[in-house]
Design a protein around this ligand. Structure first.
Ligand code: NAD
Length: 174
């Protein structure tokens, strides 16, 4: 059986990692969809799809998860929510089960007949993309919220300086 997890992963954090580990305790393979792949270089979506692919693949390798057990697939958003599941089906291997805590994602897959599970949240107050990005901006300890390899990717791409510069740009446009 193959499951599907969709998320923006801006950035990939320890909550995402725990969900993937839990899915792989139950299912043979997981498809990890990097959602909103067209977005990058904004405060809410600072990282490109390619950078997010690096984060996920390096974090899974760091945690000893074999590459034969997952697929990482970037998917762009589309205008029509009612066609989104078909868009996902076109771009991913076949899957039987969907994992998401996002109400819109849950609704769209349920309407098309998929079984949808809401994964339990781990430390959601801190294991959230919003909190990681907030700490990146404020000089807080974001590193403790993500796998070590994600810290390395963010450093390699000079991600902290990017997000701080974007904040200056967005403030100047208000
Ligand atoms: P996200 O990265 O915030 O979260 C992804 C999933 O990870 C969550 O649903 C949740 O199950 C899990 N998660 C996150 N933090 C966790 C924690 N601390 N503990 C346990 N689990 C945790 O991403 P998201 O916002 O849900 O991503 C949905 C994507 O689908 C977006 O890119 C959105 O644009 C896309 N989408 C697109 C369309 C369209 O194009 N028409 C329609 C619907 C959704």
């Amino acid at each position: 059986m193959r499951g599907l997890l969709v998320g923006r992963m801006q950035p990939f954090h320890l909550g995402h990692l725990q969900v993937i580990k839990n899915i792989l305790n139950i299912l043979e393979e997981v498809i990890i969809v990097i959602g909103s792949s067209q977005l990058s270089h904004s405060i809410k979506d600072p990282f490109t799809a390619g950078e997010r692919v690096m984060m996920v693949s390096k974090a899974l390798a760091e945690n000893g998860i074999r590459a034969s057990r997952y697929y990482i697939i970037p998917v762009q958003d589309i205008e029509c929510n009612s066609l989104w599941v078909a868009h996902m089906e076109m771009l991913t291997p076949p899957f039987e089960h969907v994992y998401s805590g996002n109400p819109l994602v849950q609704r769209l897959f349920t309407e098309k007949g998929y079984e949808v599970t809401e994964p339990p949240l781990f430390n959601r107050e801190v294991y959230s993309g919003t909190e990681v990005r907030r700490r990146m901006l404020d000089g807080g300890k974001w590193e403790e919220l993500v796998p070590e390899s994600v810290v390395e990717v963010v450093n390699e791409i000079d991600g902290i300086s990017r997000i701080k510069q974007l904040a200056r740009k967005e403030v100047s446009e208000i």
